[in-house]
Ligand binder design. Structure first.
Ligand code: HEM
Length: 639
């Protein structure tokens, strides 16, 4: 009996190995023919779940020894290769290279010229939508479709990101940031002049959720402790009031929050399985999922009734969901394809929330930390703000005039530098389906084989010294400072871009999408314009992020509101008390602050990409002081 089992198992293993061997040889042959440099690896370029689960066990001890820069294979099979080792890979294999395994040909690209083709040739390099399936909890959406179906979604969703919506983003963010600061001032031991915040990420996440609820759904949210009376005519019963309506057991905000933070579980456990799970976490998630389904359905019905009554979404309630709901009232036959089903309205609304929440929140969080680490640069940013808004309160700042000036100052430089160094999406995925595709760069023509999975390496391109102004690093022995946060590189005198970045694709222009951008060269443009294809935190081409300006406006408003009134310092209480610091000489203060700077940089360096790049639960405590009242003001800014 056992003999039969052994023989059967042995035969199956042999068959499996021969299959793998055949496909490996086939993939190697395709890689050879491509004209691209390649490496063979038994772990795929995009590894499977098993390797993701166990890689730390094998590679953890190895990487602890910091393998020599020349030793490639531990980097090649590292699950977070594209975050930790993009430069080493580029130096060893070139800007465009393949990893060939039995089950996959993988291509990484950090060449600007090739990136432009990969993003602009939408039909040749398509989106591998199957990898986005985990976020499809309400059905397929703009993010998770391709071809004609995607075009139908995009045609309705993207134009909804109008300048009117972005003006709401501006106003709402200014208001919400004031609310966030008030919450900080009421935390234990805080007062409005001096506020300690242990983990700013929690607040930037809530802030992003509030902004998207208002600008995305027309539902203003309140911070804990804010009076509901201030909503005035913006009350949407049950959506922004604490009283639950109908059969709801969670508020709209709580159900969205729970779902956004637990989405990874829904990828592992489908709803059917969650229903059977005895774990409290799963029960909570299931409840949030059901509540969200009901809330989003109710909200779209409410909006439909508004539209039917002829009520225009005006006065601070101009939102993105409105045009989606309108499209659901059209029929496929009479709308020339410009329609959405009711379920698609919910799926697209959810995806807008999902795509626009953590991305903006994390960038705001990193901006705060980088500015706290580098007080000299924070001081420069405050000087720029003073010159633009002076003593005017934020309620008087104008979207039409102030926003543009603030962006083209150290504020825009801070945001762009943070997006360069810590792009929320570190690789933009594409795939070649059907026939192999030619790619031309650096006067070389190569062929990308069929079924190749491509990662446009944002980190690789963003740190490629060929494309960026740089100096020797002041923080490491490297001959470039592209791994360091240096916002001033964006303030270098602007050179005319080779192409206008916003108009890199005719498709977006034709489709009625909002073309307003900070990138168009103008008299007020002072920020550096990198070569097209070298800076793509929002991707490029027809599938670029429709929320780009939404995010830029939101983060600009948040930083401007905070830093026009406050100075943000790292919390140094781990090394010295306030009284001790006050007695220190300037040099001693610098020394103690440098300890906090080093620790903060180390923690930021341990960021990880789990869907989006984040600090993965690690936090850097900071303190906000009314300007002029900081413990370290003047310590770094004077000679
Ligand atoms: C710093 C903030 C943001 C960054 C870095 C960012 C980045 C990106 C990137 C790289 C893509 C392309 C993904 C791919 O092709 O695989 C994308 C797509 C998308 N983003 Fe953003 N995003 C940000 C904020 C937002 C905001 C605020 C919203 C909405 C409110 C939004 C909505 C979307 C949507 C709907 C898509 C799918 C577009 C399509 O496939 O046609 N994003 N984003």
């Amino acid at each position: 009996m056992f003999t039969y089992i052994f023989v059967a198992l042995g035969a199956s293993l042999l068959f499996w190995c021969s299959q793998k061997w055949t496909s490996l040889n086939r993939n190697i042959a395709a890689a050879k023919a491509s004209g691209l440099p390649y490496r063979v690896s038994f772990i795929s370029g995009i590894p499977g779940y098993l390797w993701i689960a166990i890689h730390n066990f094998f590679l953890g001890p190895l990487h602890a020894f910091k393998p020599s820069r020349k030793w490639l294979w531990p980097k090649l099979i590292h699950v977070h290769r594209s975050w930790y080792y993009p430069q080493e890979m580029r130096e060893s294999l070139g800007e465009v290279y393949l990893i060939v395994s039995p089950s996959q040909i993988f291509m990484s690209c950090s060449n600007a010229e090739a990136n432009l083709q990969l993003t602009n040739r939408r039909l040749d390099f398509v989106k591998p939508v199957e990898i986005y399936a985990i976020v499809d909890i309400f059905g397929t959406s703009i993010l998770t479709t391709e071809g004609e179906e995607w075009k139908r979604h995009r045609k309705i969703v993207a134009p909804a990101f109008s300048e009117k919506s972005n003006a709401v983003v501006w106003k709402e963010t200014l208001r919400q940031t004031d609310g966030m600061i008030k919450v900080w001032s009421k935390l234990d031991g805080n007062e409005s002049r001096s506020m300690k915040v242990k983990d700013t990420a929690l607040y930037t996440a809530t802030m992003a959720l509030h902004v998207i609820c208002a600008a995305g759904f027309g539902v203003r949210q309140l911070w804990d402790g804010e009076d509901e009376a201030q909503l005035g005519t913006n009350v949407v019963a049950g959506f922004n009031t604490s009283k639950l309506i109908r059969e709801h057991t969670l508020t709209f905000k709580d159900s969205l929050n729970t779902l956004l933070h637990g989405i990874i579980w829904l990828a592992i456990f489908p709803v059917g399985l969650l229903k059977k799970s005895p774990f409290e976490l799963h029960k909570r998630l299931l409840r949030a999922f059901c509540e969200c389904t009901d809330y989003l359905t109710e909200l779209s019905e409410y909006k439909l009734q508004q539209i039917e009554r002829g009520e225009k979404a005006e006065a601070g309630t101009m939102d993105i969901m409105g045009p989606l709901v309108k499209a659901s009232g059209r029929s496929p036959e009479n709308s020339k394809g410009s329609y959405l089903t009711k379920q698609e309205v919910i799926a697209d609304s959810w995806i807008t929330l999902f795509a626009g929440h953590e991305t903006s929140a994390n960038i705001t969080h990193y901006c705060l930390l980088f500015l706290a680490i580098d007080l000299r640069k924070q001081f420069k940013l405050q000087q720029d703000l003073d010159a633009i808004v002076g003593t005017r309160p934020s309620s008087e700042w104008s979207y039409e005039t102030d926003l543009n000036c603030i962006w083209h100052s150290m504020v825009g430089a801070t945001i762009n530098e943070t997006l360069r160094l810590m792009p929320p999406i570190i690789d933009v995925p594409k795939i070649v389906r059907g026939v192999s595709q030619p790619l031309t760069f650096e006067e070389k023509k190569v062929t990308v084989p069929t079924d190749t999975i491509i990662h446009i390496s944002c980190v690789g391109a963003h740190r490629n010294p060929r494309y960026w102004p740089h100096s020797p690093s002041k923080l490491s022995s490297k001959d470039h400072d592209l791994d360091d946060w240096v916002p001033e590189r964006w303030l270098h005198s602007s050179t005319a871009p080779t192409t206008t970045p916003s108009k890199d694709n005719a498709e977006t222009e034709e489709s009625g999408e909002n073309q307003t951008t900070f990138d168009t060269p103008s008299a007020t443009t002072t920020l550096h314009v990198p070569p097209t294809g070298s800076f793509l935190p929002f991707s490029l081409g027809a599938r670029a992020c429709p929320g780009k300006r939404f995010a830029q406006v939101e983060i600009t408003a948040t930083l401007a509101t905070i830093f026009s009134k406050y100075t943000c310092e790292l919390d140094i209480s781990e090394w010295a008390s306030d009284d001790e610091v006050l007695k220190m000489r300037k040099e001693e203060r610098r020394n103690v602050y440098e300890k906090a700077m080093n620790k903060a940089r180390e923690l930021i360096g341990k960021s990880q990409s789990e869907i989006f790049l984040s600090m993965a639960g690690r936090h850097v405590p900071v303190r906000f002081f009314e300007r002029g009242g900081g413990l370290f003001e003047g310590v770094f800014t004077e000679a």
